[in-house]
Design a protein around this ligand. Sequence first.
Ligand code: ZN
Length: 100
Amino acid sequence: MNSWCFREIQRQIEYKAAWEGIRVVYVRAANTSRTCSKCRSINKNLTYERAWTCPNCGARHDRDLNAALNIMSRYLEAAVVRPSDEGPPREAMVLRDAVS
Ligand SMILES: [Zn+2]
């Protein structure tokens, strides 16, 4: 899969999700690693640091974990919660900005 382009990965996810009746939710990927997952301020001074401290609230972040938390937050904001007797809605996430 490492040699696949992002669009092919998206197409495969959409295909497999549709096959299983799972809805795909797209979230905006911009600034997910630079936005503080605690206070939502954007640290525009980051370059290649793997860990950083938010200048606004002082929270310490691992860049990848922080990005994952922001992606989850954007997913939760974008997802429409549907009442169901079958438990939580079955959905998959795809980063919207990942299309090249
Ligand atoms: Zn912060």
